[in-house]
Ligand binder design. Structure first.
Ligand SMILES: NC(=O)c1ccc[n+]([C@@H]2O[C@H](COP(=O)([O-])OP(=O)(O)OC[C@H]3O[C@@H](n4cnc5c(N)ncnc54)[C@H](O)[C@@H]3O)[C@@H](O)[C@H]2O)c1
Length: 722
């Protein structure tokens, strides 16, 4: 019976599962349309190999086809890249190399067609998608803001393995290729035209028509790039190229500290292609690709990519639909308020009203947005009119005018409990019953902010990180009485602002600051033990953090750190006690960058970051140039790992994945290590616990391993199954 129904289904719903279709036009052009059925975007998969090979054979054999236009069946994107999931099936570097070889061969067949082949690009044309387009003889792209071309493989610890490292330099030159492939940056249509990556940019409405005309004209090769004298000197001879490659290598090592292998391999591929036979370049590309696929670094970066993709799809509370947000208020136009208003207007594209007690606060917030967008206008990434449109979404007031329809009010006033409770009362009296009150507090429990609220179910924490326009994380903190609806709506709102939200429990420090504090304190202890400021920052950057702890303290504000410290100590225990001597810095007016007085010098024209030696005497220390040992770096990092394990055990974070993403996106925990929980797995809980025990005996109770870690070590478990 079941069989019959299935057969009937098969008959009644004939499914066209083909990805590539050949549609012949009357003018002799054939359209090769790529459309991965069931997916919202096209990605290249290994299993398409046979189908594309058969289609190319059909094209070769059909002598009536005079030209080919390659286009996407998706409305708003070309090809977003190769399907990263398929790499997980590779069990050896040889297998991954073979995958790259297969891609190279297919693109070769496309390039070797005797008829003109033109790619018609609209929307995302990235990674394998751009490699496919580059294998065509010419490229036309739409002038739409959605169009973006790039090779972002490096961000996943990989390199373009479908001939990209060889074809891109031929089109845009070595310097531009290095810039694109080492950063993964994407080019807009006009930039792609200027770089020589596309032949012509046209409105979307005439994209296909233009591509057909180009194919029919037979003149599909893009115009040769105009080379400046310097370009000729640098790229046109072996010596010049050698300078270029060694500079690029130096720059990469300066940035990655040797922690990421992909950029160096990309340089090697381009160098081989430029210096040796083309076949050798492709061979090296495939071999390097194979090795990178099997590397630990790429595995971690791919896992982060999958985790964030999953998180984008998740709702804050399963089954609860978010309410619509159409109007937003921000209370306080300071450093954080300005950033929050900016991402609301430009990313979420929502009107936002800033309320401050002073006109200065409002103008600060407006200027904050203007400065960021004006930079884009100056670099010609944005039209002036577009900037004006976006800024028109931000308005300011010192009263509560225009608040009656606000759906969510984000509070970013001074860190003061009574003030924040007053803000709740203000919003309850000036806004709707349903208006959500979201606090950006760094340290105050949300439950306390909601204590006097008439509608505590509408109160929630929404903790951003500075600078708001850059930092991708937002912590969403529900207190005991926050409703599921409020959580779900706030999560959706943060996502609209371009944030990756993690929902965390309402306890001092939430997650990110709670794991950051013991790490920072330990760095402070090391300073007091005699390590130099430069050495501390250098060692942590070498470990993989974006900035060192001393510089971070300067950026955040030493006073801010010292305010949060005692709160964490009171709520969570003595292990959070900040180094006592640090209070002397505040007494000395050393508040960090904003006061132009901190660990580093700010009243200097020197480009190099120089330590303000006076800080040693402020702390009652001798000036030091003492290096930091590996064990000392571990002391700081392992304090963070121990606290992260505690947070998971206490349910502060929902799972290890959120803990890893929170640390990477909120603190800049080295992405190549995959976050604290992946790193614990890598070190092994047994080793971690034994080190912590040893330091507990040597340096004190703060190092005591938490119960959860001890249990994991005893039972031979790990956070992720490998
Ligand atoms: N600075 C950071 O890195 C950071 C990071 C995360 C969270 N936070 C939190 O964000 C909040 C704001 O921090 P900030 O660094 O932007 O402070 P800030 O001092 O730069 O700005 C605070 C603004 O609030 C305004 N304000 C004060 N009282 C007000 C009132 N009654 N109504 C309206 N506006 C009022 C002030 O005029 C000022 O413009 C704090 O709770 C802080 O803990 C800060």
């Amino acid at each position: 019976m079941t069989d019959v129904t299935m057969q009937e289904n098969d008959l009644t719903i004939p499914e066209d599962t083909n990805t590539f279709s050949l549609v012949r036009q009357e003018n002799g052009i054939a359209h090769l349309v790529m459309d991965v059925k069931g997916d919202s975007m096209n990605t290249l998969k290994a299993e398409f190999g046979e189908e594309i090979a058969a289609t190319l054979k059909e094209i070769r054999e059909d002598k009536t086809i005079k030209g080919l236009v390659l286009l996407s069946g998706k409305a708003d994107s070309f090809v977003a890249g190769a399907d990263v999931h398929m790499l997980a099936n590779c069990t050896s570097a040889e297998e991954a190399t073979a995958l790259s070889r297969q891609g190279q061969m297919i693109f070769d067949q496309l390039e070797n067609l005797s008829i003109p082949v033109v790619a018609a690009v609209h929307g995302a044309c990235l990674g394998g998608g751009l490699e496919l387009a580059m294998a065509c003889h010419g490229r036309v792209c739409s002038d739409s803001g959605k169009t973006a071309l790039g090779l972002p493989e490096v961000q996943l610890g990989l390199l373009p393995g479908g001939g990209g490292t060889q074809r891109l330099p031929k089109l845009v030159g070595i310097q531009k290729s290095l810039d694109m492939m080492l950063t993964g940056k994407q080019l807009r249509a006009k930039q792609a035209l200027k770089a020589g990556l596309v032949n012509v940019v046209v409105p979307h409405s005439i994209l296909i028509e233009t591509a057909e005309k180009l194919a029919l004209s037979g003149k599909v090769k893009p115009k040769a790039r105009k080379l400046s004298l310097t370009d000729k000197l640098l790229e046109g001879n072996r010596l010049g190229r050698s300078v270029l490659f060694s500079q690029a290598t130096k720059m990469v090592l300066g940035k990655t500290k040797g922690n990421y292998p992909a950029p160096l391999k990309i340089i090697d591929c381009i160098r081989t292609g430029a210096e040796q036979a083309p076949s050798k370049g492709y061979q090296v590309e495939a071999e390097h690709f194979g090795q990178l696929v099997m590397s630990d670094v790429s595995a971690q970066l791919r896992q982060i990519f999958f985790a964030t993709t999953d998180m984008k799809k998740e709702q804050g509370v399963e089954g609860i639909q978010p309410a619509k947000i159409e109007s937003v208020a921000v209370l306080g136009g300071g450093l954080m308020g300005g950033g929050i208003a900016f991402v609301t207007a430009t990313k979420a594209k929502l009107p936002v009203r800033i309320k401050d007690i002073s006109h200065q606060g409002i103008s600060h917030a407006l200027k904050y947005g203007y400065d960021l967008l004006n930079k884009k206008v100056k670099r010609r990434f944005m039209r002036h009119s577009e900037m004006q449109n976006q800024l028109a979404n931000i308005t300011g007031t010192t009263e509560f005018t225009g608040f009656s329809n606000v759906d969510i009010a984000v509070e970013a006033v001074f860190e003061d409990l009574t003030l924040k409770q007053n803000m709740v009362a203000d919003i309850e009296s000036h806004c709707k019953e349903s208006t959500i009150f979201a606090s950006n507090t760094s340290s105050l429990p949300i439950g306390q902010i909601a204590e006097k609220a008439q509608r505590p179910e509408n109160v929630i924490g929404l903790h951003y990180f500075s600078p708001v326009d850059k930092m991708p994380l937002a912590e969403i903190i529900a207190h005991d009485k926050t409703s599921d609806q409020t959580i779900s709506t706030t999560v959706a709102f943060a996502k609209k602002q371009g944030k990756t939200p993690i929902v965390v429990k309402d306890k001092a420090g939430f997650y990110v600051n709670r794991i950051l504090a013991p790490y920072m304190n330990e760095a402070g202890m090391l300073l007091l033990e005699g390590c130099s400021i430069e050495a501390l920052d250098k060692a942590m950057v070498k470990f993989g953090f974006p900035v060192g702890p001393m510089q971070l303290l300067d950026e955040v504000g030493i006073d801010v750190g010292s305010k949060i410290g005692p709160i964490l100590q009171a709520e969570l225990g003595e292990r959070f006690a900040p180094p006592a001597a640090f209070s002397k810095l505040i007494a000395d007016g050393r508040l960090g960058k904003k006061a132009k007085k901190g660990f580093y010098q700010y009243n200097t024209k020197s480009k190099k970051k120089l330590v303000d030696e006076g800080v040693y005497s402020s702390l009652g220390l001798q000036t030091s140039n003492k290096a930091v040992s590996e064990a000392q770096v571990e002391r700081c990092v392992y304090m963070m790992l121990n606290e992260a394990a505690r947070c998971l055990d206490e349910g502060i974070i929902r799972n290890a994945r959120d803990g890893d993403i929170g640390a990477i996106f909120g603190i800049g925990f080295p992405p190549f290590l995959g976050g604290p929980f992946n790193y614990i797995d890598k070190i092994g809980a047994v080793t971690l616990v034994s080190k912590l025990n040893q330091w507990q005996a040597e340096f004190g109770e703060r190092f005591a391993p938490c119960d959860a870690l001890v249990k994991i070590a005893q039972e031979g478990e790990s956070y992720y199954s490998s």
